[in-house]
Design a protein around this ligand. Structure first.
Ligand SMILES: [Zn+2]
Length: 87
């Protein structure tokens, strides 16, 4: 993939139209997908986020990304029988 064609691996939005795009090992996730995964994993946080307009720190964003990535891997294993090698 060329540097100018980097997209979110989940929703395929181009990096030019995302606020943040976080890189993993061969994958990318945008801020909106992180928010979506976070709201699925922690529905109680949705109300907190609606009340709080501050941006997460890089560490918080990475932690959310990591949780979402682990949830995605678990979902693949459970529903598709795909064996994903963890680092
Ligand atoms: Zn996305």
């Amino acid at each position: 993939m060329a540097d100018d064609d980097i997209r979110c691996s989940f929703c395929t939005k181009h990096r030019n139209i995302t606020k943040k795009l976080i890189a993993g090992h061969g994958v990318y996730i945008c801020d909106e997908c992180i928010d979506l995964c976070d709201s699925i994993l922690h529905p109680e946080r949705r109300e907190e986020k609606e009340l709080c307009l501050t941006f997460p720190t890089l560490k918080e964003a990475y932690d959310h990304y990591e949780e979402a990535r682990q949830a995605y891997v678990m979902m693949l294993r459970l529903h598709k029988g795909v064996d994903i090698k963890e680092d």
